[in-house]
Design a protein around this ligand. Structure first.
Ligand SMILES: [Zn+2]
Ligand SMILES: [Zn+2]
Length: 209
C-alpha cells in the first residue's frame, strides 16, 4: 500500500509477531527518567506510526494502562506470555498512533532516531551523536519533522490526532482521563480535524511517498 518498505518485529518468545507496512513517521529517543525506569535502561527508542500500518502477523497483544509524566496515561501492548512490551498508545495521540518500541524490530538498526529528547535528564555517560537534533525537553514537530515527500501530511495527521481524537477513543475504553481528574476532550471537533487531515493527505497521495 505505501512505499513498499516494511519492518517486522515481535516479542522474545515469538508468540506475537507484527509488521509495520511502511516507514514510521518519526523516530525519537527519549532520555526522560520515566522512560529510563520503564525500559530499565538509559533511554527509550520509539517509532511513531499510524495504527492501521501495524499489522499483527501472529498472536495477540494484551494491553495494560500505566501512568505517564503528563498524567494522561499510556496503554502498553505486551505479549501475554513473555510480557515484552511491543508498542504504546498515549492518551494524547490516542488509538490513531502507535509508538512502536524499535528494539522489538528484527532489524532495529534500520530506524535510528530523528531526534533525542529530554536530554536534560540523560545519563551522563551517554554521548549524543553530532548531526542528530537534540532537545532538552519535548520537541516541536514542525521544527524537526523529516522533510521527505508525504512526511508533512503524516505530521498533520499526528498533530490532529494529538488534539484529542484518540484521547476520546481512549476514554471510551476505560475513562483514564477522568480517572486522572482531566476534563473530557473536545471529541467531535478533534475527530473532524483528524479526518480532515487524513482526507487532505489522501488527495495529495498521488505523489510518490
Ligand atoms: Zn512473547
Ligand atoms: Zn520519556
Amino acid at each position: 500500500m505505501s512505499g513498499g518498505e516494511t519492518f517486522e518485529g515481535g516479542c522474545t518468545c515469538r508468540s506475537v509477531r507484527y509488521r509495520m507496512t511502511s516507514k514510521p513517521m518519526f523516530v525519537y529517543c527519549c532520555h526522560c527518567r520515566w522512560c529510563q525506569r520503564e525500559t530499565g535502561s538509559a533511554f527509550a527508542l520509539n517509532a511513531l506510526i499510524e495504527s492501521d500500518r501495524v499489522v499483527l502477523v501472529q498472536g495477540e497483544a494484551e494491553s495494560a494502562d500505566i501512568p505517564t509524566a503528563s498524567g494522561k496515561g499510556q496503554r502498553v501492548a505486551r505479549c501475554p506470555k513473555c510480557r515484552i512490551a511491543l508498542w504504546s498508545n498515549y492518551a494524547g495521540a490516542g488509538e490513531a498512533i502507535r509508538f512502536v518500541r524499535v528494539g522489538t524490530l528484527d532489524e532495529p538498526d534500520r530506524l535510528p532516531p530523528d531526534i533525542h529528547i529530554y536530554t536534560s535528564s540523560k545519563q551522563s555517560w551517554v554521548t549524543l551523536p553530532p548531526g542528530t537534533p537534540a532537545a532538552p525537553e519535548y520537541y516541536k514537530s514542525r521544527d524537526v519533522w523529516p522533510k521527505e515527500p508525504g512526511a508533512s501530511c503524516r505530521r498533520d495527521r499526528r498533530e490532529a490526532a494529538g488534539n484529542g481524537l484518540g484521547a476520546d477513543r481512549f476514554s471510551a475504553l476505560r475513562a483514564p482521563r477522568s480517572a486522572y481528574g482531566l476534563p473530557s476532550p473536545p471529541a467531535v471537533r478533534a475527530r473532524t480535524g483528524f479526518h480532515r487531515a487524513r482526507a487532505r493527505c489522501a488527495s495529495r497521495r498521488r505523489v510518490p511517498g
